[in-house]
Design a protein around this ligand. Structure first.
Ligand code: FAD
Ligand code: NAI
Length: 477
């Protein structure tokens, strides 16, 4: 093989895990290539993975647009702004979303050029071992064979299908179809009240769909601190999302332009509902098919993810795996952190990912964000804790914004006062959570946050007040 086809590091997959790993590897002086098979509408590369193409970025674009529409229709009046003739231009909303995606795709192409990462547009498959390294075939828009001493697998995940309702992306939709419905469905069904169900359900409700969410578990957002989840449930129900918990999905029958779902409700009673469109958002599965793992001896774990240790090493020296294709939360920022850490480990450095301080955000309105452990987890773990809450209703900035739903909750160790978890439901919780992440990374106590000067009037004062409330000394509530 010619030396120009030999690399120090090859990354398979150009999502947040893969493209960031490639950039970091190149920054560290490695001759680096990245292979990605995603294709845009014109047949060109669409770097950025699920996150950029059919995940984080387009969903946030539509959440923003639909929230503007809802505000113009409902919230502006309270501010003394009367809007007449309000109209939805869905085609423009979708076009804008596509533009936001493209800007991100193009941004990564630029970053690869800037950092001298060689990009191969196609599907990468392990072909075998060669000396100290591995050979990888690339097929698709680009056909080639390349090799590397170190390979990072970052092939991501795919939406899980219901066995009796395969995705057609017209009536039964995964996240891909849910981001591109070309006319607002009068009735939208959503199976799964998880992150995608709530975010996409919110988008389509705001622009006029009647949305019914069918969730299998009896608890709403079981992984979220239940005080926060209850507050969010109340807000979503008030907005008009019909959320049915504890259902058991039965037959699903597709018609020409609708779909009928039979299910048993929480009492066991048989129910039938017909929807114009159905989003199925019941989790995602790692993308490990057809990668030639048998050629190099890569193993999967018992749940079908690539088996890795705490540092993303697979069982085959020289092959690493990061992101959605390995254990841990399926989040873009988790994938990125792992990608950086692996590139640094290949360079002999001590890359590190702190799994205890990975923030979660659900971008509904109100937003939900948290880091660390919930009250329920701490009780289960037998940890003595103190909790303080502060409602946005008592926060001056939230009142000025006209957005007072929700609260901040700080949980600290009963003995040491170290912060063990921060849970927020409310306006821009996604941004507010950063302070909590920093605090936890530095092992701050609740008193540390309570004693830090926060600008007034800001929403972040609610975090300071919740920290004061841990010691029962809130000033404004
Ligand atoms: P991916 O982003 O899935 O990228 C994998 C890439 O590898 C893809 O481009 C794929 O085409 C390519 N590939 C696969 N196999 C091969 C092969 N053999 N050869 C070449 N290329 C290959 N996370 C957040 O943190 N915040 C959010 O707001 C958020 N919103 C989301 C919204 C939705 C609707 C969805 C579905 C997900 C969302 N996520 C969010 C999750 C996030 O998208 C994923 O956690 C993240 O994309 C995982 O990154 P990754 O690099 O592991 O894989
Ligand atoms: P999810 O795991 O968040 O939620 C799936 C829901 O479906 C769960 O509540 C589950 O109990 C329910 N469910 C499963 N099987 C069911 C069945 N047969 N009938 C009824 N309900 C059923 O998964 P989701 O929403 O598909 O998203 C996948 C992942 O993508 C998320 O876990 C998250 O990692 C990532 N994501 C992150 C976002 C963010 O960070 N803001 C946004 C969207 C997705």
């Amino acid at each position: 093989m010619s030396t120009e086809k030999q690399f120090d590091v090859v990354v398979i997959g150009g999502g947040p895990g893969g493209y960031v790993a490639a950039i970091r590897a190149a920054q560290l002086g490695f001759k680096t290539a990245c292979i990605d098979d995603a294709v845009n509408a014109k047949g060109g590369p669409a770097l950025g993975g699920t996150c950029t193409n059919v995940g984080c970025i387009p969903s946030k674009a539509l959440l923003q647009s639909s929230e503007h529409f809802e505000h113009a229709g409902h919230a502006f009046k309270e501010h003394g702004i009367n809007v007449s003739g309000l109209e939805l231009d869905l085609a423009q909303m979708l076009k804008r979303k596509d533009g936001v995606v493209k800007a991100n795709n193009d941004g990564i192409v630029y970053l690869f050029k800037k950092n001298k990462v060689t990009f191969f547009h196609g599907r990468g498959t392990f072909a075998g071992k060669e000396g100290e390294g591995f050979t990888i075939d690339v097929t698709g828009p680009t056909t080639d064979t390349i090799s590397a001493k170190n390979v990072i697998v970052a092939t991501g995940s795919n939406p899980r299908e219901l066995p009796n309702a395969p995705f057609d992306e017209k009536i039964i939709l995964s996240n891909t179809g849910a981001l591109a419905i070309d006319a607002v469905p009068a009735k939208l069904g959503v199976i799964g009240a998880g992150v995608i169900g709530l975010e996409m359900g919110s988008v389509w409700r705001r622009v006029g769909a009647q949305v019914t969410v069918l969730e299998g578990l009896p608890t709403f957002l079981g992984a979220v601190d239940q005080q926060i989840a209850k507050e969010a449930h109340k807000a979503f129900t008030k907005q008009g999302l019909a959320i049915h918990l504890g259902v058991k999905i039965g037959n699903i029958t597709k018609g020409a332009d609708n779909v009928t779902v039979e299910y048993a409700d929480a009492t066991g009673a048989a129910q039938t509902a017909t929807f114009d469109r159905l989003i199925v958002s019941i989790g995602r599965v790692p993308n490990t098919n057809g990668l030639g793992f048998d050629k190099v001896g890569l193993q999967l774990d018992e749940r079908g993810f690539i088996a890795v240790d705490d540092e993303c090493r697979t069982g085959v020296p020289g092959i690493w795996a990061v992101g959605d294709v390995v254990r841990g939360p399926m989040l873009a920022h988790k994938a990125e952190e792992e990608g950086v850490a692996v590139a640094e480990r290949i360079a002999g450095q001590h890359g590190h990912v702190n799994f205890n301080t990975i923030p979660w955000v659900i971008y509904t309105s109100p937003e939900i964000a948290w880091v660390g452990r919930t009250e329920e987890q701490l009780k289960k773990d037998g940890v003595a804790y103190k909790a303080g809450t502060f409602p946005f209703m008592a926060n001056g900035r939230a009142r000025a914004l006209g957005d007072t739903t929700g609260m901040v909750k700080v949980i600290a160790d009963a003995a040491t006062d170290e912060i063990l978890g921060v849970h927020i439901v409310g306006p821009v919780a996604s941004e507010l959570i950063s302070e909590a992440v920093v605090a936890m990374e530095f092992k701050a106590s609740a008193e540390d946050i309570a004693r830090i000067c926060h600008a007034h009037p800001t929403l972040s004062e609610a975090t300071k007040e919740a920290a004061l409330a841990v010691d029962k000394r809130s000033l404004n509530f």
